[in-house]
Design a binder for this molecule. Structure first.
Ligand SMILES: O=C1O[C@H](COP(=O)(O)O)[C@@H](O)[C@H](O)[C@H]1O
Length: 259
């Protein structure tokens, strides 16, 4: 499954695990590899704990991976009723809107899995909340009420501009502290209104998996792995407590140092 492992985990001085980079030849191979890794991680985790907390991402690869999972025979070995699903961010749009991350994940294959509907935690849209602020508060309370401790696996797409979830480099929402989720307005990428987990919440993850494909994201990957500042790259601000994985395709790896 691993075609090219460019770094090994080492303790990171800033807290969190140092990045490991795994490169796959193309986007389809990457999607299939992420799916296989996820299914294996869930099977392993379920052998030791009751419910596994997984946070999902939007973006094309974030949805493609569910098509890969749905096509994987080993998916049957996962007890999907014991997986709790969250989203790292959501576009502030009504339930069912085709531009919502959860709708795109569902359409790609998530909805085909025998998941317990009460364990799918969708971010309220304008049909279920008065404002993005109210939605962020409600979503944060839902996370706190579940009292699940850290996320087991936090899956994050990365934009060409280095954003993760809906935290954009240099955007004031990046600076939110003492909160689990934040309302984001004036997002540089449409739609303008969103709800995102904060850096603090994203960091409370045992494993963080950045999933990235495409040459247009090569610089964002290089900056993320190289610990660039928050005005340049949001991904660099988040590491997993035990593991930080960059799962990328060859095009996204082109700006990384060759050593
Ligand atoms: O808007 C968003 O974009 C990012 C990345 O999307 P991509 O299509 O460039 O892969 C995604 O991770 C985030 O969840 C989403 O809301």
């Amino acid at each position: 499954m691993t075609d090219d492992t460019r770094s090994q985990p080492t303790p990171d001085g800033d807290g969190g695990a140092a990045p490991e980079v795994v490169v796959h030849p193309g986007k389809q191979e990457l999607s299939d590899a992420i799916a296989a890794r996820l299914v294996t991680a869930l099977i392993d985790a379920q052998a030791e704990q009751d419910v596994v907390q997984v946070s999902l991402t939007g973006g094309s690869l974030g949805s493609d991976l569910w098509a890969s999972v749905a096509a994987l025979p080993a998916r049957a070995a996962v007890d999907w009723a014991r997986v709790e699903f969250w989203w790292g961010d959501e576009r502030y749009l009504p339930a069912g809107d085709a531009d919502r991350n959860d709708v795109q994940n569902d359409a790609a294959g998530l909805a085909s899995l025998p998941v317990d509907p009460t364990r799918i935690h969708r971010v309220p849209g304008p049909d279920r909340s008065e404002s993005a602020e109210a939605s962020a508060t409600a979503y944060g309370e839902e996370i706190r009420a579940t009292d699940a401790g850290a996320f087991g696996i936090m899956i994050l797409g990365v934009g060409p501009d280095g954003h993760i979830a809906s935290l954009f480099p240099g955007h004031p929402a990046q600076q939110t502290t003492d909160a689990i989720a934040v309302a984001v307005h004036d997002s540089p990428k449409p739609p303008p209104d969103r709800v995102s987990l904060t850096f603090e919440a994203l960091r409370r993850s045992r494993e963080v998996w950045f999933i990235v494909a495409g040459a247009d994201k090569a610089e964002a990957v290089a900056n993320g792995v190289a610990d660039a500042g928050p005005d340049v790259n949001s991904a660099a601000q988040v590491k997993g407590e035990e593991r930080t994985l960059w799962l990328i395709d060859a095009d996204a790896a082109t700006a990384l140092p060759t050593d």
